[in-house]
Design a protein around this ligand. Sequence first.
Ligand SMILES: [Zn+2]
Length: 106
Amino acid sequence: MKYTCPVCGFKGLTEPAYDKQGNHSYEICPCCGFQFGFDDYDMRRENGSFLKPSESSIAYRKNWLADGAVIFSPECFPEHQQKANRVLKQHLLEQLKQINVHLFLS
Ligand SMILES: [Zn+2]
């Protein structure tokens, strides 16, 4: 059983990112590199204040996409869905749909 990353939509987590009690898995997503329970509390605004965990995953996703969707562990990601260690654009759109994020890439 694999679980979907709530940040990038990649179905490759060995544990749910958050369990029913809201505990974090501390797993690092092999696709986007987000670590549940760590990056949630590590994102800051420009003024230095911390983002809420719910805002952090959105901000992290935005940065990750802006950087070109670089795969954190390319060896753990399907080979035919990546190119130069980045998620193929067409696959990226499908992957993000899994978490209801709809992107329009040029
Ligand atoms: Zn991810």
